[in-house]
Design a protein around this ligand. Structure first.
Ligand code: C2E
Ligand code: MG
Ligand code: MG
Ligand code: MG
Length: 292
């Protein structure tokens, strides 16, 4: 005890570290339970094709129903999952649920696609590609209905490995989308060597583009360059009609943001779709009789 007192500084730091460790252990236990026992929920945020003005895809965004409100946002707990080895079961839960619900809205006559976020660690799982394939098969969902979002930094952290995994997913027919584009240090020229179909311009550039001319210039040149490389462009963080108008003028392909809709739980999404101008419920007419 005496020794401890004489180095009270260390004792203090030790107890802070122990406290932190304990917190992480509690979190790990709670998150594992949430993944296993239905404590997670998916919200879906519509993405609208500017040309048709209809929803073409929805992005699955995970939520954790947790008493600690600070942690319900994925920006916080995805990081925890990555730290304590839970990102594999978490992503698999998300992917499985998103594909299951995609099959469900397809059956209800809504023909838009689904987009799922991956962590860089998922790209290093031995059997990730097989998991994707088996899940699509299980729910009878076409690969072409699915996009996988990987961040620019995830891809750049190990480009040759990313090339290998993304090529196998691409060969399966799944679309690859580069999320948060513009926040990393890659160039589009480099990304073009990967089997990428789409980039999502990070919302930090889009949110202020009507006020900040620098942001507007970045968005414009990114769209032009991406189009020259036959990549589709999504703008995230579209919060008002002026921004939508600007992006339309710049030739952006797809918009996503609070102006269209916040992320919604499945049932609310379906309700929203039934009275939204952005919604196209296209029933395929197998008989070919009513072609209207
Ligand atoms: P993200 O993939 O870039 O997703 C878009 C985020 O922007 C979402 O935050 C969405 O709610 C928010 N957002 C959408 N429109 C607007 C807007 O108009 N204005 C503003 N200010 N924000 C908007 P959310 O749901 O909190 O997700 C945060 C991040 O967490 C996501 O960013 C994604 O990187 C990660 N994430 C979410 N779900 C998953 C998941 O299932 N797996 C993994 N690995 N990451 C996930
Ligand atoms: Mg995303
Ligand atoms: Mg993003
Ligand atoms: Mg983000």
């Amino acid at each position: 005890y005496q020794a401890k007192q004489s180095k009270s500084g260390y004792a203090f730091f030790d107890s802070v570290r122990d406290h932190h460790k304990l917190q992480l252990l509690t979190l790990e236990r709670d998150l594992r339970q949430a993944i296993e026992n239905g404590g997670l929920e998916l919200y879906y945020q519509p993405m609208v094709d500017i040309r048709t003005t209809k929803v073409s895809c929805v992005e699955a965004l995970v939520r954790w129903r947790y008493p600690d409100l600070d942690l319900t946002s994925p920006d916080k707990f995805i990081h925890v999952a990555e730290q304590c080895g839970l990102i594999q079961p978490l992503t698999r839960w998300v992917f499985n649920r998103a594909v299951e619900q995609c099959a469900q809205w397809r059956r209800a006559g809504f023909l838009f696609d689904v987009s799922v976020n991956l962590s860089v660690m998922n790209l290093h799982e031995q059997d990730f590609v097989d998991y994707v394939m088996n899940t699509l098969r299980q729910w009878e969902v076409e690969p072409s209905w699915v996009s996988l979002e990987v961040t620019e930094s995830a891809v750049m952290s190990d480009p040759s490995h990313a090339l290998e995994v993304l090529s196998r997913l691409d060969a399966m027919g799944v679309r690859i989308s580069i999320d948060d584009f513009g926040t990393g240090y890659s160039s589009l020229a480099y990304l073009k060597r990967l089997p990428v179909d789409e980039i999502k311009i990070d919302r930090s550039f889009v949110i202020d583009m009507k006020l900040d001319n620098n942001d507007a210039v970045i968005v414009r040149s990114t769209i032009d360059l991406a189009h020259n490389m036959s990549l589709r462009v999504v703008a995230e963080g579209v919060e008002n009609p002026e921004t939508l108008r600007l992006l339309t003028a710049l030739g952006c392909d797809v918009v996503q943001g609070f102006f269209v809709s916040r992320p919604l739980p499945y049932d609310e999404l379906i309700r929203w779709l039934s009275n939204s101008a952005w919604s196209a419920k296209q029933r395929p007419s197998f008989s070919g009789r009513d072609g209207k």
